[in-house]
Design a protein around this ligand. Structure first.
Ligand SMILES: Cc1ncc(COP(=O)(O)O)c(C=O)c1O
Length: 415
């Protein structure tokens, strides 16, 4: 027996990070055989065609021009007011619903999830997300002594599976009065799927229907981490207008993050934006989440908040950032297009990709297929039921041929 001094609830916590493991294997291979030979499709950040990490040039310029006091000083716990205004406005673009909104600064999108779990569920409660999901959702739930359950994201025709969502909502609401559902859209990690406007209509029908029982509280956490790489700005935000006239016992929370949209991954800056038809609920949202910030990390990164406010308040700079980002959106999409086209030709089944950093190929034994791919110097992330390819990080010339090799590896492993 190894000695443990951890409190009972903390014993045995250990983060087994498959992404980290796959990425370490890729680096080792590159050191041995040369970077040119290795396809590292594990990294969740944009790399250019020379495989260098991208910082949007105008973002870098503005960041470097900030006065030092704006970088080093403390910030208000709730966030700089100019930042909160910029984040809210940028999150909605022209699609602000008619509702009360309030915002609190967080340590990235992860911070939004943390606070939502802490303040809108009870210890022992179960949260809900789709069966394809970003692993840390579960870690965040477990660490807070909550559970995570899943509905099936796609039906047999690869459409959004409203029925599965509906039955899980009903099942969980039989056991608890409050239900948080995490929905990562548009440009979902790991599949690249985006809910269509009609998917949203059916989903909101389920929520409104469940909310007819006044003793229930339904919270939708919409994780928009990849929204800036999801297509035309207002088209991919059109669903937000649907958050008008919701019942009082429904709360929407947008998880805004600067990690991807502003390539500020490690700077840990985001905001939770609450949307409610009820003034009290909106005020309570600001109060309780600010309190949890004080108790979790105090204030967040002032420099990065100032950065967003500065960009947002200068139309020319804002337009320049959007232009630069659009080029990278194009680059990522072109890479994904190659894979999708070649997958079709190789009869390789993949999940519906619309946009975003990742695409997914379902597999019966993802670990075995990934290991087999190592022989071809291809490194991807094995998930529970599939393989995640980070098209954000692999240059086009290395994507070419990848789908065929995957199809072959799959056939060999599954024969
Ligand atoms: C689906 C999803 N949500 C949220 C995040 C949160 O990112 P951050 O906490 O850096 O904003 C990520 C980052 O990888 C993600 O993939």
């Amino acid at each position: 027996m190894t000695l443990s001094l951890a409190a009972p609830h903390a014993k045995g916590k250990f983060a087994t990070d498959k992404i980290f493991g796959a990425s370490a294997a890729a680096n080792k291979d590159a050191a041995q055989y040369g970077k040119d030979k290795v396809v590292n499709a594990t990294i969740g950040a944009i790399l250019d065609d020379k495989e260098a990490l991208v910082c949007l040039p105008t973002v870098e310029k503005v960041y470097r021009s900030l006065p030092i006091n704006e970088v080093i000083n403390y910030a208000p716990i709730a966030g700089l007011p100019e930042f909160l205004e910029a984040a809210t406005s940028l999150a909605f673009a022209d699609n602000r619903p008619e509702a009360y909104t309030s915002a609190v600064a967080t340590s990235g999108g992860s911070g939004v999830i943390h606070h939502t779990v802490a303040n809108y569920t009870e210890i022992g409660d179960t949260l809900l997300t789709s069966d394809w999901f970003w692993g840390p959702y579960k870690v965040l739930c477990q660490d807070a002594l909550r559970k995570l359950d899943t509905y099936t994201l796609f039906d047999e025709k690869q459409n959004f599976n409203t029925k599965s969502y509906e039955s899980k909502v009903a099942e969980l609401l039989r056991k608890q009065n409050s239900l948080v559902t995490i929905i990562n859209t548009p440009a979902h990690n790991p599949t690249g799927y985006s809910l269509s406007n009609s998917d949203w209509d059916s989903l909101l029908d389920v929520v409104k229907n469940a909310a007819k029982d006044q003793s229930k509280r339904l919270i939708l956490l919409v994780d928009i981490a990849y929204i800036d790489y999801a297509g035309e700005k207002n088209e991919c935000r059109a669903f937000m207008k649907k958050f008008t006239n919701l019942p009082d016992n429904v709360l929407i929370i947008l998880a805004f993050s600067m990690s991807k949209g502003y390539t500020m991954y490690g700077q840990r800056t985001g905001a939770m934006i609450g949307i409610s038809p009820n003034k009290d609920v909106a005020r309570e949202f600001a109060d309780i989440n600010q309190f949890t910030s004080r108790a979790t990390w105090s204030n967040i990164n002032r420099g990065c908040m100032r950065l967003l406010a500065t960009i947002y308040n200068d139309k020319t700079i804002m337009a320049q950032v959007e232009k630069e980002r659009a080029q990278y959106y194009g680059l990522i999409h072109a890479r994904a297009d190659i894979f999708v086209r070649e997958a079709k030709a190789a009869n390789l089944h993949m999940l519906p990709y619309i946009a975003g950093f990742f695409l997914t190929v379902p597999a019966k034994d993802p670990d075995a297929v990934c290991n087999k791919l190592h022989e071809d110097h291809i490194f991807a992330v094995p998930l529970g039921k599939g393989i995640r390819i980070a098209v954000c990080a692999v240059p086009s010339f290395k994507i070419t041929g990848m789908a065929a090799k995957m199809a072959q590896a799959m056939a060999e492993v599954e024969k």
